[in-house]
Design a protein around this ligand. Structure first.
Ligand SMILES: [Zn+2]
Length: 398
């Protein structure tokens, strides 16, 4: 069976696509009364590592459910779901660090409405692992007793209870996505984005299966420069001073990236908000309006600040993923595995480290990298976490 067109963006996930295709066609039969489809799963949980396409899968499934052709990719339903203007599809994507209970209650309220089309009222929650406890409880109530036309599509890194509460998880049908193979990622970069095959192949490997990251590496010189800085770190960790300096540089690079991204987003948002609030006005009630406006601007600034923190944290996490790939390469060289390295262009450096340390040292290092990523997620100050990491990764004197 050929997969519906909407799943084209979903790279290397044929198993998940099959499950979703079957579910959508059963759902359509149920609505048309044309076949044996009798029940619909109202809550789905899409899990997979970053870049595997969790939210892409959820959106494609939403398209397939709303499309009268099962996900053609071109009809008005498919199109409006894709661009985010479909009246019966609601996307919750936190800009800050978490999804609040207020936000969730509102979305649950809307989700209970009759769909305006003939099909479903769909709620996509892009980062279900960022629900506050209150929001998670509000959601649980909705998925325990869903209205007959409502479908919840949740996305999270794993089914672990740190990401999704056990009770929410138990109500969902899980769709697992894997890390797509480098060849499949390269294929997309070449065919979808028109990227030169040689660069695409390199970027796909370097991004370790993360499609968005692969595209950035292939197209953005700043992203390549940052990666270069990160991968120069391991061999520089030879003295205490060197370790602390490397930690500082990694944090500074993340701060820079966050600043760059924030600056490009913040000012236009603020401008748009003041315009929509109609800055100025002297008539009756202008005082009250001005006070309300100040409140809204303050709220926007608060959200922009949490977003900046998030961007900085994501940027550091990416650096740690790159380093993890590097030390995994070191291990591969030590055991003499004949496979492509994640950072093939840093093979020499990896070989140099491989000569200096034992396999046990590398395994400890990989554990430490995982622990550091976790502690950053738990709000440990980046400078503290990174300094602890780099000093632990100090190389023995040669
Ligand atoms: Zn369609």
């Amino acid at each position: 069976m050929d997969a519906p067109a909407v799943y084209e963006q979903l790279v290397g996930q044929s198993q998940a696509v099959e499950v979703l295709t079957r579910a959508a066609s059963a759902a359509a039969q149920m609505i048309d009364g044309s076949g044996p489809g009798t029940s619909m799963t109202h809550s789905w949980l899409f899990v997979g590592p970053p870049g595997s396409g969790r939210s892409t899968a959820a959106r494609a499934f939403a398209q397939a459910l709303q499309c009268q052709f099962g996900g053609c990719g071109t009809c008005p339903d498919c199109h409006t779901v894709k661009v985010g203007t479909h009246t019966d599809v609601h996307v919750v994507a936190p800009e800050g660090l978490s999804i609040s209970v207020k936000e969730m209650r509102e979305i649950v309220r809307v989700a209970a409405f009759q769909p305006s089309g003939r099909r479903w009222q769909i709620v996509i929650i892009e980062d279900a692992d960022r629900l506050t406890e209150g929001a998670s409880n509000a959601l649980l109530k909705a998925i325990e007793e869903p209205s007959p036309h409502t479908v919840f599509l949740l996305c999270a890194p794993t089914t672990h209870e740190d990401d999704v509460s056990v009770t929410v998880r138990s109500r969902c049908r899980v769709v697992s996505l894997g890390t797509p193979p480098a060849d499949a990622v390269a294929h997309v970069l070449i065919n979808r984005d028109g990227i030169d095959p040689e660069i695409a192949q390199w970027a796909a490997l370097a991004a370790q299966g993360h499609i968005g990251r692969a595209k950035r590496l292939a197209t953005d010189p700043n992203a390549r420069k940052r990666r270069q800085t990160v991968l120069s770190v391991p061999l520089r960790l030879v003295s205490m001073a060197g370790c602390l300096q490397a930690a500082d540089e990694l944090v500074a690079a993340a701060e820079d990236e966050a600043k760059q991204i924030s600056e490009s987003l913040d000012a236009p948002e603020k401008e748009a908000l003041s315009q929509s609030l109609g800055a100025g006005g002297t008539g009756k009630g202008a005082g009250t309006a001005a006070r309300g406006m100040a409140g809204q601007i303050k709220e926007l600034e608060r959200r922009q600040k949490t977003r900046a923190t998030r961007v900085q944290r994501d940027s550091l996490d990416r650096a740690l993923v790159d380093l993890t790939g590097f030390y995994r390469d070191v291990l591969l060289l030590q055991v003499g595995a004949e496979v492509a390295l994640a950072h093939e262009d840093h093979r020499e450096q990896a070989a140099e480290v491989a000569d200096l340390v034992s396999q046990a040292w590398v395994l400890r290092t990989l554990d430490r990298l995982v622990a550091t990523r976790t502690s950053l997620e738990e709000n440990v100050k980046p400078r503290v976490a990174l300094a602890a990491l780099t000093t632990a990764l100090r190389l023995p004197a040669r």
